[in-house]
Design a protein around this ligand. Structure first.
Ligand code: SAM
Length: 393
């Protein structure tokens, strides 16, 4: 189970930097880089790792604070710039940590941001929306950093920005008092985008929809075993309740089994609405975020509402959203409408899968990228089929 020299050096560095590691070790896995294995049998509730708050990298750390950023620079951009400024410095204090991160080439292979346009154009709609947002956030951050640190190249910034994106943990500064001047904003105003911490060693854990519990408190960050593990088993930490489209764009992989997976239906439904219907839905708080899940009840309450507006007299829709009618009497009509949309979508999916299968592997279309894209589309088709079957019965 020897993880290799750079990893052994990093573990020594980690232990001497306030990180306790108990019963687990880094290991290399096929198709997912490094991860964590149980180095011995582990009991449920055992603490596997603790990272002291002073070993985290956050914007309140003095070495990040001394950098000069305009006040509207995002936390993501500040951490990425800090890493970029240190990246070429062999004497940087956390060099052993940087040495175990995935390379730029590995990101180019797995992250859709780096895929060719040909493949990006074939992404499922939800993934393509995530990618557009990611691209515009990166552009915003690069523009603000380039203005003050022009020596940081776009390539290096993109790399460290993606390192931050794939390797940070949620940290709402529990070690600092509520109105501490080092907080980016006063605590009650903290947004999720402010709560980034880079967490040495913790960032070895791969994601699964089920796994160990991670917890932050005033002393630092820790991971506790969610169940018993046999020596040699991989140990996961869930990154959150994410769909496979989100995981693909933000982290560069999809899960074969993902209890949090679903499909947004907005791209099928919003185009069916008249401008009056859009107004009604906005007023009632039911505009957008329509979802299809692979398991019952398959269509969410918001989808129930919008389809009622599309297919029934206004008063029946109003009774449903107002809660005076549960809507069972109209369910057949709602299901029939959604099945119609899904059957049409399934035909489009088949065409896309056919197009994807026909792509020749080349420098523009790497075989792993094509494989991931097709796997995702086949998952999308299964969710759609499950929806059609459930609603037909
Ligand atoms: C926090 S890092 C985890 C450690 C990482 N595997 C490494 O080699 O350093 C997150 C990255 O790990 C990979 N990853 C995490 N969970 C995965 C999984 N279940 N399957 C495939 N890749 C995974 C993805 O590349 C993701 O961007």
């Amino acid at each position: 189970m020897d993880p290799g020299e750079v990893h052994t050096r990093f573990i020594d560095w980690a232990r001497s930097n306030g990180i306790s590691i108990d019963g687990i070790a880094p290991a290399k896995f096929k198709d997912r880089g490094m991860g964590i294995v149980a180095a011995k049998d582990i009991k449920k509730g055992d603490r596997l790792v603790h990272v002291r708050n002073t070993s985290l990298i956050t914007v309140t750390q003095p070495q990040v604070q001394i950098l000069n950023f305009p006040s509207n620079t995002t936390i993501h951009a500040r951490l990425a710039a800090y890493q970029a400024l240190n990246y070429e410095d062999r004497t940087c204090p956390h060099r052993p940590w940087q040495d175990v991160w995935p390379s730029q080439e590995e990101f180019e292979e797995i992250l859709p941001l780096h895929w060719s346009k040909k493949l990006q154009d074939l992404l499922p709609h939800a993934a393509s929306v995530f990618l557009t947002n990611q691209r515009s956030n990166l552009e915003r951050d690069y523009t603000s950093i380039h203005a003050i640190y022009p020596k940081i190249s776009r390539d290096l910034f993109t790399y460290t920005w993606l390192i931050v994106n794939t390797r940070t943990f949620y940290w709402d500064y529990p070690d600092l008092p509520s109105a501490h001047p080092r907080l980016p904003k006063k605590r009650p105003q903290l947004k999720a985008d402010d709560c980034y911490a880079m967490c040495p060693f913790m960032d070895y854990f791969n994601h699964s929809d089920k796994g160990c519990d991670s917890k932050a408190d005033g002393k630092g960050y820790s991971v506790t075993a969610d169940r018993a593990y046999k020596a040699g088993e991989e140990v996961y930490v869930p990154y959150g309740s994410h769909t496979n489209d989100f995981l693909l764009v933000e982290y560069g992989f999809i899960l074969d089994t993902n209890g949090c997976d679903s499909l947004p239906l907005d791209h099928l439904i919003l185009s069916q609405l008249s401008s009056e219907q859009v107004e009604v839905l906005k007023e009632d708080g039911f505009y957008g975020s329509y979802t299809l899940s692979p398991t019952p009840p398959n269509i969410c309450h918001r989808t129930q509402a919008v389809v009622r507006l599309l297919t029934l007299p206004l008063r029946r829709y109003s009774a449903f959203v107002g809660g005076t009618d549960e809507g069972a009497g109209d369910q057949g009509k709602v299901n029939e409408y959604v099945i119609g949309l899904l059957v049409k979508y399934e035909r489009q999916i088949m065409e896309i899968i056919e197009e994807g299968e026909g792509l020749e592997v080349s420098s523009e279309v790497k075989s792993g990228q094509k494989d991931t894209l097709l796997r995702r589309w086949k998952q999308v088709r299964s969710i759609v089929k499950a929806g059609i079957n459930a609603l037909s019965n």
